[in-house]
Ligand binder design. Structure first.
Ligand code: ALG
Ligand code: ZN
Ligand code: ZN
Length: 315
């Protein structure tokens, strides 16, 4: 943990929160503090999408909505920005015209940032970036349990023959041995598939699923029991595709599917995992052009805040 007293966000009682540059939650930039424990970093990149583009604008849209976050989180009884040094590390440069180069850039930048800070929360960007983020975290922790909240499986094989897309990161990461497949799960999965074989392929890789329907029928506590039994105290990477939320709660995304989680359920799920060994996380697929009244960005900013709150307790 940083030896210095954490520098918190700009005080919203002194500077109106709508004024000034929008770092995440008005936190200091990484270059403004001597040391940091948790970094929030953006990856403005959407070259891997199969439907609506626009997630390249996600990081700054989420930052803008995060101006309203306050420093004390009563739901987890923690002041995450006071207990550890949390910073905004800006955006990773990812080449929009060369997907393979972009993937390497994200891997390199996340690896380097991971040497400077204990934990990273990444704001995407499309879901392709989970692959280089898992490559980077693997260098630090070895194979991690992955808890993947998403309407989609994202374990498809290829699109138009392309192996690296936003529908394939967890297939590639599984093949590369980056994931502890005895401890990994998808949550909130739903919607039409290409065929039944999609589920068979996914199960063969080793994933288990807590569907959106299960969460609705059995409730958040039952879902948490299944997740916690599976993950245990393994190093855990949480990847949250904002389309896990119902389009009513997150319209601003590229591949929306009806019948999803409420933002309240998603926040409760994260809180219920706060004592696990979370080593990194991402929140991806926010596409502002399809958002309305910042609905999606508000949800995503709170999801990031709950993740940081959960991490702050175990730095
Ligand atoms: N990762 C996200 N959001 N979507 C994957 C959808 C892949 C498809 O178009 O079938
Ligand atoms: Zn998705
Ligand atoms: Zn996804």
């Amino acid at each position: 943990m940083s030896a210095h007293t954490p520098q918190g966000p700009v005080d919203a009682s002194k500077t109106p929160r709508y004024a000034g540059l929008a770092t995440f939650a008005k936190l200091p930039r990484i270059e403004d503090v001597p040391e940091a424990d948790i970094a929030i970093v953006g990856v403005p990149f959407d070259t891997g999408v199969s439907y609506r583009p626009g997630a390249r604008f996600g990081p700054n849209h989420v930052r803008d909505a995060s101006r309203l976050l306050r420093p004390y989180n009563p739901a987890q009884d923690v002041s995450p920005f006071a207990s550890v040094q949390v910073v905004d590390a800006g955006d990773i440069v990812a080449n929009p015209f060369n997907l393979d180069e972009a993937v390497q850039q994200v891997d390199d930048a996340a690896t380097e940032l991971g040497e400077q800070v204990d934990k990273i929360v990444t704001i995407g960007g499309d879901h392709t970036i989970a692959l280089p983020l898992l490559r980077a975290i693997n260098k630090k922790h070895g194979p991690v349990a992955v808890l993947h909240f998403d309407a989609h499986l994202d374990t498809w094989d290829t699109y138009f023959g392309a192996p690296t897309t936003h529908g394939t990161p967890f297939r590639r990461a599984s093949e590369e041995g980056l994931i502890d497949l005895t401890a990994s799960m998808h949550g909130g999965t739903r919607g039409p598939l290409y065929g039944k074989g999609d589920l068979d392929d996914d199960a063969k890789l080793g994933f288990q699923i807590v569907t959106s329907e299960f969460i609705e029928e059995e409730g958040v506590p039952a879902a948490l029991r299944r997740i916690r039994d599976r993950v245990g105290d393994k190093p855990l990477y949480i990847s949250i595709d904002i389309d896990v939320l119902d389009p009513a709660h997150a319209p601003g995304t590229g591949t929306p599917e009806a019948g999803g989680l409420t933002s309240r359920e998603m926040l409760r799920l994260i809180r219920g995992l706060a004592d696990l060994h979370i080593v990194g996380a991402d929140v991806v697929e926010v596409a502002p052009a399809y958002d309305h009244a910042q609905i999606t960005a508000v949800a995503a900013s709170h999801v990031v805040y709950e993740l940081v709150s959960a991490m702050a307790a175990r730095v």
